[in-house]
Structures are given as C-alpha cells and as structure tokens.
Design a protein around this ligand. Structure first.
Ligand code: FAD
Length: 375
C-alpha cells in the first residue's frame, strides 16, 4: 500500500481549521489545508465579532475560555505569526440576575453595579441595579486576520494550502488511509481534521447538533463611543467596538440552516430594539451594514474536540456554538495533542501547552462514535 501523501488534511480554514493546522505544522507533520473559499473569508469566522472573555457560567467552558484568552494575551511571547489580532480592551458582562463568582485561575474580575463603572455612563441610570462583571484582560480580536496570518504561516512552513477548493467526499477502504475527494482528484491522508463549521452535516451526522445563524448589524452613532465589548444577558445582545462611533450589535432573530429565516427588516428591528433596551433610551443610530453567518451548535453548547470514529482517524474540532473565537487556540492545542497520539508520534511540548491543562483534553470529547456519510 502507498504511503499516504499527508499526515493530516485539515478541511476548512475558519478559526478552528487555521489554528489546528498551525499547531500541527509546529509538530513537524505533513499537513494540507483545504478551504472552499479563502481562509477566514467564509462561514462564521468571516463575520465573527471576536469577543474574548474567560467568564462563562459553565465552569468547564470558563476553563477552556481562560486557556484561549491566555494564549491570545501571550501572542507575541509565544511567537505566533504576525501582529497580534487581539486587543485587550477589557470586556463587560451585564446581568439583572446573580453573576456567579468566576473561579478561573489567573483571571482577574471586577464585580459591581453600573455606577461602579464610569465607562458605562452611556447606559441609562434607570438600569442602576444591573449587575456588572468587568474582565480587564478580556477584549476582542479580528478573526479574519487570525485565520489569514495562521494559514499564511502554514504555507510558509511547507503545508499544501488549497483555497477555493471544496471537499466533495471522504472515503476509506477497510482500515487504510482516508481519501479526500475534490472534483476529479483525491488526496490521501493518515488523519483527517474536519473543521467545516456549519458544513459539518455534509460529512457527519451528529445527534443533537444544529446549525444556526448569528445575525448582526454594523451601526454608527454620534451618541456612543464604545471602548470595550459589552454582553448584555438581560437583553440578549452584544456590542463590539469597531472604530470610533462604529460598532456591531447582535440580533436574536435566528434562522436554521436551509430554512428561510427572518427578513432583513425583522433582523434590523430586533437588533435596534435590543440596542435601545440596553441603553435605556433611544439614541440616533444609522445602520451601515447587516450580515448573517451560520455556526454549528451542540445542545450541550460545548465543543467537541476529538476523534469521532472507531479507527481514530477522523478528528473533529467543531460545535463551537457561537463562541469559537475565544476557544480557538486552546481547542487547537488539544486537537494537536490528540492527533499526535493517534499517529503514535511524540508530542513536542511548547510554551503554548503551559496554558492548556491536560485535564481539558478529556472534557470536550465526542459523546459517541459517528459514522462518515458516503464513506
Ligand atoms: C456574527 C457572529 C458573531 C460572533 N461573535 C463571536 C464572539 O464575539 N466571540 C466568539 O468567541 N465567537 C463569536 N462567534 C462564533 C465564532 O466566530 C465561531 O464559533 C467560529 O468562527 C467558528 O469557526 P469554525 O472554524 O468552526 O467555522 P467557520 O468559520 O464556519 O469555518 C468553516 C470553514 O469550512 C469551510 N468549509 C465548509 N465545508 C467545506 C468543504 N466541504 N470543503 C472545504 N471547505 C469547507 C468553510 O468555507 C469555512 O471557511 C460569532 C459568530 C458570528 C457568526
């Protein structure tokens, strides 16, 4: 039997695929990246607000987020490629209910009411009783730059990067290598990493998973200078600064993949209603643009980072449930460790690994063995 051309083929170059491919290159593997569009230019990563925070009411997700945040904070020190796509502006979390004290190691949190945070003076005083959590180390990044920089570095280190190339099918003969089919051609690999976001259902049927849209508006307002991202759980929305008076805000008018969703007008009205509810009053706002992208979710709202087949050849780094950017680097470290283990090769420990506890490896595992469609 011929030696497969690659150790790993990564399908999809959104934040999950771009970061996993980079970590695998750091391990000295022969890697190919196949992306239907351009790295970071499609899927959820193309429109993502890139808010990064470690606080999460789910303690396991808080641990994963804290690891992801720590890696973003150390971008230059870790020698990650290009200028850091992350900006530590701090991040606000607003809730009318109780905010559980976050116990994530190393993350510094400030708790209080609206009055305790003068930077939030654009929010109406009538909301004085709202609980605020401020995470000074949190912030936001640019997912497009993140993907482009990591994939460019993969190319520089010798990976085969095929953009504008769609994987049509994956097949396997017995216990042999996997074949990845693109048009009339096929590439063979020992390991496959599926990082296809909402495109996952073309390859795997994962129980309790679904693809849902995340709609957002880009707006401008002379009345609001946003310096840091803000998540308002009471009104189920978020604000993410862009530049000066421009910022993004979220709508909750979701659509499921392949279903006709709300109209652009409904999305706009919903996002603006939430925006005004957060502020407690109407301010002058102009809508600059509107976008909608799909991410893949699991009903547990936890990602899966692990092999999904009995043969331990098909790795999944997915189901990021609308919060993938903050998990991306930590998820990729976990994925790379598992792939090295499956290839029976020694894992090269690096400074990045110091931020990602081995304990996290055994938490976000696939809950079942999943068969490939059309194998
Ligand atoms: C509007 C919006 C705001 C968000 N805000 C935040 C935030 O503030 N903070 C945060 O942490 N997360 C946020 N998220 C979530 C986060 O962006 C996603 O979880 C993350 O981008 C998912 O990345 P991914 O790589 O798994 O998938 P995707 O980005 O969807 O990438 C999948 C890639 O696979 C490719 N692909 C699919 N099928 C194939 C195929 N057959 N062959 C080849 N290539 C294929 C696609 O072209 C695509 O490039 C947001 C998402 C959206 C949409």
């Amino acid at each position: 039997m011929h030696e497969p051309a690659f150790d790993v083929i990564v399908v999809g170059a959104g934040i999950a695929g771009a970061s996993l491919a980079y970590m695998l290159l750091c391990q000295g593997l022969r890697v190919a990246v196949i992306e239907a569009g351009i790295a970071g230019g499609q899927g959820a990563s193309a429109l993502s607000g890139g808010i990064v925070r470690s606080y999460d009411p789910d303690p396991l997700l808080a641990d994963l987020s804290a690891a992801g945040l720590a890696l973003f904070q150390s971008w230059e020190a870790l020698g990650l490629p290009g200028p850091s796509p992350y900006r530590a502006s701090g991040c606000y979390w607003l809730s009318s209910g109780h905010i559980a004290s976050a116990t994530v190691a190393g993350s510094h949190m400030q708790y209080g009411r609206l009055d305790d945070f003068p930077a939030l003076d654009f929010i109406d005083e009538s909301r004085a009783a709202v609980n605020v959590l401020f995470e000074p180390g949190g912030g936001y990044g640019c997912p497009r730059a993140f993907c482009a920089q990591l994939v460019a570095e993969c190319r520089r280190r010798g990976a085969l990067v095929l953009e504008h190339t769609r994987v049509e099918r994956i097949s396997r003969e017995g216990a042999g290598p996997l074949s990845v089919h693109c048009l009339a051609s096929l590439l063979t690999t020992r390991q496959l990493a599926l990082c296809t976001g909402s495109g996952l259902s073309a390859f795997l049927d994962i129980p309790e998973s679904f693809s849902r849209s995340i709609p957002l508006l880009t707006v401008t307002s002379p009345d609001l200078q946003l310096k840091a991202p803000l998540i308002d759980t009471e009104h189920s929305t978020y604000f993410r600064p862009l530049n000066g008076q421009h910022f993004q805000c979220g709508s909750q008018r979701w659509a499921f993949l392949q279903e006709s969703g709300p109209s652009p007008e409904e999305i706009r009205e919903d996002a603006l209603e939430r925006l005004f509810a957060v502020l407690g009053r109407k301010v002058h706002v102009e809508v600059v643009s509107q976008g909608i992208a799909y991410d893949v979710y699991h009903s547990s709202f936890r990602p899966w980072i692990g092999h999904v087949d009995a043969e331990q050849q098909i790795m999944l780094a997915s189901l990021y449930s609308g919060r993938g950017f903050k998990y991306a680097l930590a998820g990729a470290v976990i994925g790379a460790r598992k792939i090295m283990q499956a290839l029976d090769k020694p894992y090269v420990w690096s400074a990045m690994d110091d931020h990602v506890s081995p304990r996290l490896e055994n938490v976000f595992l696939p809950q079942s063995v999943v068969g490939l469609r059309h194998a």
